[in-house]
Design a protein around this ligand. Structure first.
Ligand SMILES: [Zn+2]
Length: 384
């Protein structure tokens, strides 16, 4: 039994924080009791929160300025080792659950299985395997290219066969792939509908990359569980999000990191130009979606240029500063909501849930940036 004492306990919900409580962890690494502080304890912190949940990451990528180039020039064995290192970095920075939404060679599944087997340190994981995209579409260097509804189904079956436990479709162009226009729809409604039906039939949740308006709505109408980025959404898309209770994963870090590193000249010009054009509209759109009640799940696109796996707490800060969330709402999006999307556990500190916790030396409710420097990270009741 392990006892973690909290001055302020934020359980991941939007309920008021509890003061001076003990979280009692059983020997199986789950929370057995939350009670008034009493007697001795094993850990003590001014503030305790659930471990962070990053619903959009690419462990194989390490923030290289020219990411798609790096995918093509870095040997595969080196990329697998990078994924192992990134899983460790994410965990040490407080990410105790992560969803990898695109990797080559089944790397993310291998990392997930090695973590589960206790061979390497890392967060609890789900892995989508290869992204499913049209021929030459966005993300093709880590993609399985399809050009018909039946190929879309077959690609889902292949990912399942390769151990994927969620699926990612590319519904529009993207910033990082040369020639892929972010605003243009890519997979057709027929391809998305067939693929989502196939994935859901087997109980796999589906994420769709979508930046342009038409592609966002194609994905929403196909019934995906989450839309990633959703930059150019409109009123109709917001209504579809709400009607279908689809999660929106805003990945604010991705364009922010690209645009704050314009001067170093390491990024391809097409990336910089595309990111610049999108950033102006992104803030109003995503903030409006949040204000109108779309469910926002935290996810950073970690691995994209300058967007490091150990910096997920910055995405939480951006949800506060850019979307107008309170610190507690941003924490909620990056724990309970993201966890609900991923589906491994609830992402809250409650009886029976995994004891995944961050120990902070100041109150996150006063300053969301307290998450950026946890003094300890606990996963399944054990300090990492
Ligand atoms: Zn991504």
């Amino acid at each position: 039994m392990t006892i973690v004492r909290a001055g302020h306990l934020y359980d991941g919900t939007l309920e008021p924080a509890k003061q001076n409580v003990d979280v009692v962890v059983d020997d199986g690494g789950r929370i057995a009791e939350i009670r008034a502080a009493t007697g001795s304890c094993d850990f003590e912190a001014a503030c305790v929160t659930p471990g962070l949940v990053n619903a959009h990451a690419h462990l194989e990528a390490s923030g290289e300025p020219d990411l798609m180039g790096a995918f093509q020039t870095t040997p595969a064995n080196e990329r697998l080792l990078n994924a192992v290192a990134n899983a460790r970095k994410a965990l040490r920075a407080g990410v105790t659950t992560i969803r990898d939404v695109g990797s080559s060679n089944g790397f993310a599944q291998s990392v997930r299985d090695a973590i589960e087997a206790g061979k390497i340190p890392g967060p609890r994981m789900r892995a989508a395997g290869a992204v499913i995209c049209m021929t030459g579409g966005h993300g093709w260097p880590i993609g399985r290219m399809v050009d018909s509804p039946w190929e879309s189904r077959k690609a889902v079956r292949e990912q399942m066969w390769a151990g994927a436990d969620c699926i990612k479709f590319i519904a529009t162009g993207g910033v990082l792939t040369k020639g892929a226009v972010p605003g243009n729809a890519q997979l057709t409604p027929d391809e998305l509908n067939a693929g989502v039906d196939e994935a859901h039939r087997h109980g796999l949740r589906v994420a769709a990359h979508a930046i342009g308006t038409v592609g966002i709505k194609n994905a929403l109408r196909a019934g995906v569980d989450s839309v990633e980025h959703a930059t150019l959404l409109d009123d109709e898309a917001i209504e579809l999000f709400k009607r279908n209770r689809t999660f929106l994963v805003p990945t604010l870090s991705a364009p922010t990191c690209i645009l704050t590193h314009l001067e170093d000249g390491q990024q391809p010009k097409y990336v910089v130009d595309k990111a610049r054009g999108l950033n102006e509209v992104m803030l109003n759109n995503l903030r409006g979606a949040y204000e109108r009640g779309v469910r926002i799940a935290g996810g950073s696109d970690a691995g994209t240029p300058y967007n490091y796996h150990e910096n997920y707490a910055i995405e939480v800060e951006l949800m506060w500063s850019m979307l107008g969330m309170t610190p507690q709402q941003a924490l909620h999006a990056a724990t309970a909501v993201a966890a609900e999307l991923i589906g491994l556990h609830k992402g809250i500190l409650a009886i029976g849930e995994p004891a995944d916790m961050l120990l902070l030396d100041r109150n996150v409710g006063d300053d969301v940036r307290a998450l950026q420097d946890p003094k300890a990270v606990i996963k399944g009741g054990e300090a990492v």
